[in-house]
Design a protein around this ligand. Sequence first.
Ligand code: FES
Length: 316
Amino acid sequence: MIGELLHLQVAAITDLAPGLRHVRLVAADSSRLPPAAAGAHLQLRLEGTTKTFRNAYSLISPPGRRDAYEIIVRRVPASRGGSAFIHEQLNVGDRLEATWPGNLFPPVRIARHHLMIAGGIGITPFLSYLADFAVSRASHALHVCCRESEKDVFAPWLPATGKAAFHWDADGQRLDIPALLAAQPAGTHLYVCGPAAMNEQVIEAAAKAGWPASHVHCEHFGSALSGGEAFRAFLSRSGIEVEVGQDESLLEAIERVGVAAPCLCRGGACGVCATPLLEGEPEHRDHFLSPVERESGRLIMPCVSRAKTGRLVLDL
Ligand code: FES
């Protein structure tokens, strides 16, 4: 049932390249898994020795597949630790919990053409899109910006019918985003998933070229920054004061003391964790609040944002 946790078991682990690991997960009791649509993600609960990591990963398995979920995880040196855990500590046979698949990045069914731009590991949500489009025969094109060496790592994951072009940082190989956007037919929807700077570049180029915001869709990896100075947070309704460590998020600290806080993406994108802020100055790191909401200082997204002052008071 939605809201319950899924109990999964690691069925296979494959290192695709240094820092890129493919993980296949099945139901721990061998039952069928809940179906997931194109663009869905899974939030894994990873029990480290000193802390629990909760990381969201795009499902690359074909939509609707119920025997296994597949993800590809890039090891991020400055991550909150979940990707390092998967690369260093996760083994075949391990059991772990996960939320039901969520989807903040589905393809728009009424689009006349789907234009996807991926940055590196940002290709992952588009692998399920491509499997979907192979069945629906929707018009589409994928452009992948990555290191030249990664082209051969990602290419085998593309369906034979998928239309993909690879770009990298070399003369004649860079993606000309304005030119690409200008060449699209009317009714195209644009999807971008990559590092924050690339996402912003694509979104800005689309706005400049007059694309309606409703036709531009973005999935962020999560906050560009993770961790920072330690600070304290007082949860006024619970009457609990928590210390937020340098390497943990405010949300993780809240969960650590057993206070239930809503969340979904854990990356500052979905808005589900928005929490009223009663005192203190926030350091906003999310992609969700509007400039006016940021300026007001009345809301904070605990999954990614922190404190500029030493203490925050939350209505939680
Ligand atoms: S959980 Fe999605 S913005 Fe915080």
